[in-house]
Ligand binder design. Structure first.
Ligand code: TXA
Ligand code: MG
Length: 348
């Protein structure tokens, strides 16, 4: 199967491309589309069979529920059995935006979407292409990130093509995504509201709007119950080991030199802050991806998955990255890096 690719204007997508893609969704097919966070793999949320195709294409386990994408906050009423006042407060300030809310589901939302949970995750993406697609399809669109299960999320159409090109019907290509990490998932059925996955909206911003906000702990050991099914241990992972270091240029340099001495063969990749470059001794065995200025968490978030995928394509045997502090988008960066490395162990 040769996948159909529509190159569209990210600000004002071409009408005929959107109509064609929407027709595929309505007919029960799968279309990948850009959001402001990462590319999603979409199907009609009310079509159980189409939703099952998403799980097959991604090789995603059936216990990991999907986010349902809407094009207007009012569409929540069609999906959620109860809509608390907190939803409308968040909608006013943050929708569209990189935020997903978990609410009690209506019976008409298929179990395949929610993995049998009594709740449904809902989000209104801030991207003209995503909104136009949902509008044209006339149905909410269930969509996980458009990567094979466990791989880094796709921030470009090329990433979707590499992971899923032979398994889906089409890709709306609007260039690289702006935020680069996925939406923040917040459970509004919990008291206080609880962040299940840190993401594009910071905890600080949510706390401004909601008051007290809790953060769900990722269980330390494999096999312990998860607050959100998708919080598996190794996730977002490149094909080669990722090692985390303390957040200083000296720590990166030390860990790198030790690794090179202990492994006489192969190249090493670095996700390296722009302003730390002079600290690292140049070597033919070191491949550097420019991550953006340390402290510019928004730029580092935008480049994170791109960097992991790019470094793995350079044929490195390991990737090193310093672990940002849990401030603003730094919280989401930490979460993705720890999951991509498989543990919060620090290399020295
Ligand atoms: O930015 C994003 O959120 C992207 C774009 C495409 O919208 N989507 C995305 O979807 O990241 P996915 O499937 O890769 O991650 C969805 C997360 C998973 O961790 C899943 O377990 C959680 O949301 N989730 C979905 N429904 C849930 C529910 N009812 N209760 C708790 N967690 C839920
Ligand atoms: Mg995902």
């Amino acid at each position: 199967m040769v996948v159909k690719i529509w190159r569209v204007n990210p600000e004002a997508p071409e009408r005929d491309a959107i109509e064609e893609a929407a027709a595929i969704i309505v007919a029960g097919g799968l279309v990948a589309f850009p959001t402001e966070t990462v590319y999603g793999l979409g199907a009609n949320a009310f079509n159980e069979e189409a939703v099952r195709k998403i799980f097959a294409a991604k090789e995603r386990p059936a216990w990991d529920p999907l986010i349902v994408h809407i094009s207007h906050p009012d569409m929540v009423k069609d999906l959620a059995a109860v809509v608390p006042e907190t939803f409308w407060r968040l909608a006013e300030r943050l929708m569209p935006g990189p935020l997903t809310v978990v609410l009690p589901k209506r019976p008409k939302v298929p179990d395949a979407v929610t993995a049998g949970l009594p709740t449904v995750a809902i989000r209104m993406p801030k991207h003209p292409v995503a909104l136009a697609l949902i509008e044209a399809a006339g149905v909410p669109i269930a969509a996980p990130s458009a990567n094979r299960f466990g791989r880094p999320s796709p921030t470009r159409a090329e990433h979707v093509l590499a992971d899923l090109g032979d398994r889906i019907d089409g890709i709306l290509d609007a260039g690289p995504t702006r935020v680069g990490v996925e939406s923040t998932v917040v459970d509004l059925t919990a008291t206080p509201p609880t962040i299940l996955r840190p993401g594009g909206v910071s905890r600080e911003t949510l706390a401004e709007i909601l008051g007290e906000v809790a953060i769900a702990e990722t269980p330390k050991r494999e096999g312990e119950p998860m607050p959100s099914p998708g919080m598996t241990h190794r996730h977002y992972a490149p094909a080669v080991p990722l090692r985390l270091t303390e957040p200083s240029p000296q720590a990166v340099q030390d860990a790198l030199l030790r690794f090179l001495a202990e492994h006489p063969q192969g190249k090493v990749g670095l996700l390296l802050p722009t302003d730390w470059r002079e600290w690292v001794t140049p070597s033919e065995r070191v491949v550097i991806f420019d991550w953006g200025e340390w402290g510019d968490w928004a730029t580092m978030a935008r480049r994170l998955f791109e960097g992991l995928r790019w470094l793995e394509r350079q044929g490195v045997v390991a990737i090193f990255a310093p672990l940002p502090p849990p401030i603003g988008l730094g919280l989401a960066l930490r979460d993705r890096l720890i999951k991509a490395s498989g543990s919060d162990e620090i290399a020295r």
